[in-house]
Design a protein around this ligand. Structure first.
Ligand code: NAD
Ligand code: DAU
Length: 355
C-alpha cells in the first residue's frame, strides 16, 4: 500500500479519489483534519476496503512508527501542510510546525522504516514530496518561467516553510540515500477546493451576492493547473521519476487575477444568472497582500520530456468544470463554511476594507 499524508485536503482528496478509482493498491490516509481537512470530500469511499483513514499528525513520531510497522507502505506521498499564504502572514508558527518540523519527523520515521526493508523493497521504495512553485520567488513580466534550476527565493512564511521542507527532503536523499522525488507545482483549482483560496472564494461569494475582493491592482499573475492534472503528474513521477530529482508541474496557463475573477463571473452569468445584474458588479479592489509575489510561471518541459506528462485540461475546460462542480455541490460548500471558517474570513477581510 501507499501512505498518503494530507489526503483529506484539496489536492490530497482528489489524489486519493483518483488513485482508488485507477489502482487496486490500497491507500493509508493520514490527516490531522485541521480546518482544511474535510472527510466529506472522501464520502464516496465510505466502506471501501482500499481506503483506510487515520486521523493524526505527521509530527507524531510514535504514531508514524506504529503505522509504518503495521502497514509497511512501499511509498509515502506527502501532501500534508499548512497551505494558505494569507494565514501564514497572520500566524506563521503553524507553518513552521507542520511544514518544517512535521516533514522532518515524517522523513525520520520513513528512513527508519525504509532502512529495515529487504534489498529489493528498499530499492523500489519512494518518498514523494509535494511542493510548490512559490519556493522560487517572484518573476518580473519578461522573465523566463521557473525551471528546476531556478534558485530558491521564497518570500512568504508559507513559501519559506515549504522551501525548508524541500531542502530537508533533498538532504535526506544525499546524506542517507532515502529514495525521494519532489514535484513543484503551480496554482491548482478544481473540485473540493477550500473557499479561502481565490477561485472557490470568488464562486462562493458571487453566488451569495457578496463582494469579490481583488488584492491590489489584480495584475498579479499565477499559472493555473486543473487539480486532476496535478494528480496525474504525481502518479507519473511516483512511478517513473528519477530518484533524487525534482520536477516542475504547471498548466502553461498564466493569467492575471482580475482575468480569473472576470472569467468566473462570466461563467456564473451563463450558468446561474442573477436578477441583480452581472456578477462582475461585485468586484471590489481591496488592500494588497503584504509581500505579494507578482508573477509565477512554470517551465514544465522536463516532466514532459522525461515522462511524457502534459495537462489534459485547458484553462477554459477546467474552469467550466470547476464552476459547474460548485453549483452541483452546494451541500459540500455549505458544510465547509463552518464557524471557524467564518471567523477567519471576518479577520482577514476586515483588515482589507479599503483599497
Ligand atoms: P490543503 O490546505 O487543502 O490541505 C492540507 C491537508 O493537510 C488538510 O487535509 C490538513 O488537515 C492536513 N494537515 C495539515 N497539517 C497536518 C499535520 N500536521 N498532520 C497531518 N495532516 C495535516 O492543501 P492543498 O492545497 O491540498 O495542498 C496540498 C499540498 O500541495 C501542500 O503541501 C501544498 O504546499 C502543495 N501545493 C498546493 C498547491 C495549491 O495550489 N493548492 C500548489 C502546489 C503545491
Ligand atoms: O503557486 C502555488 C500555490 O498556490 C500553493 O503553493 C499554495 O498552497 C496555494 O494556496 C496557492 O497560493 P496563492 O497565494 O497563489 O493562492 P491564493 O488562492 O491564496 O491566491 C491566488 C492569487 O489571488 C494571489 O495573487 C492572491 C490573490 N487573491 C487571493 C484571495 C484569497 C485575491 O486577489 N483575493 C483573494 O481574496
Amino acid at each position: 500500500m501507499i501512505l498518503v499524508t494530507g489526503g483529506a485536503g484539496f489536492i490530497g482528496a482528489n489524489f486519493v479519489l483518483d488513485w482508488v478509482a485507477a489502482s487496486a493498491e490500497p491507500v493509508l490516509n493520514l490527516d490531522a483534519l485541521t480546518y482544511a481537512g474535510n472527510l466529506e470530500s472522501l464520502g464516496s469511499l465510505a466502506g471501501n476496503p482500499r481506503h483506510r483513514f487515520v486521523q493524526g499528525d505527521i509530527a507524531d513520531r510514535p504514531l508514524l512508527d506504529r503505522l509504518m510497522a503495521e502497514h509497511r507502505p512501499r511509498a509515502v506521498v506527502h501532501f500534508a501542510a499548512e497551505s494558505h499564504v494569507d494565514r501564514s502572514i497572520h500566524g506563521p508558527g503553524a507553518f513552521i510546525k507542520t511544514n518544517v518540523e512535521g516533514t522532518f519527523t515524517l522523513l525520520e520515521a520513513t528512513r527508519a522504516h525504509w532502512a529495515q526493508l529487504p534489498a529489493t523493497e528498499k530499492a523500489a521504495f519512494r518518498f514523494h514530496h509535494v511542493s510548490t512553485d512559490e519556493v522560487y520567488g517572484s518573476l518580473g513580466p519578461g522573465d523566463p518561467a521557473f525551471t528546476e534550476a531556478h534558485p530558491f527565493e521564497p518570500n512568504s512564511p508559507y513559501s519559506a516553510s515549504k522551501a525548508a521542507s524541500d531542502h530537508l527532503v533533498r538532504a535526506w536523499h544525499h546524506t542517507y540515500g532515502l529514495p525521494v522525488v519532489t514535484t513543484n507545482c503551480s496554482n491548482n483549482y478544481g473540485p473540493y477546493h477550500f473557499p479561502e483560496k481565490l477561485i472557490p472564494l470568488m464562486i462562493v461569494n458571487a453566488l451569495a451576492g457578496k463582494p469579490l475582493p481583488v488584492y491590489g491592482d489584480g495584475q498579479q499573475v499565477r499559472d493555473w493547473l486543473y487539480v486532476k492534472d496535478h494528480c496525474s503528474a504525481i502518479r507519473e513521477v511516483l512511478a517513473r521519476g528519477r530518484v533524487g530529482e525534482t520536477y516542475n508541474v504547471g498548466g502553461w496557463n498564466e493569467k492575471p487575477n482580475i482575468e480569473i475573477v472576470q472569467t468566473v463571473c462570466a461563467l456564473l452569468d451563463e450558468m446561474r444568472p442573477s436578477a441583480a445584474g452581472p456578477h462582475a458588479r461585485l468586484i471590489t479592489f481591496v488592500a494588497d497582500r503584504p509581500g505579494h509575489d507578482r508573477r509565477y510561471a512554470i517551465d514544465a518541459r522536463k516532466i514532459e520530456r522525461e515522462l511524457g506528462w502534459k495537462p489534459a485540461e485547458t484553462f477554459e475546460t477546467g474552469i467550466r468544470k470547476t464552476v459547474r462542480w460548485y453549483l452541483d455541490n452546494a451541500d459540500w460548500v455549505a458544510h465547509v463554511q463552518s464557524g471557524a471558517y467564518r471567523d477567519w474570513v471576518a479577520t482577514q477581510y476586515s483588515e482589507r476594507a479599503s483599497a
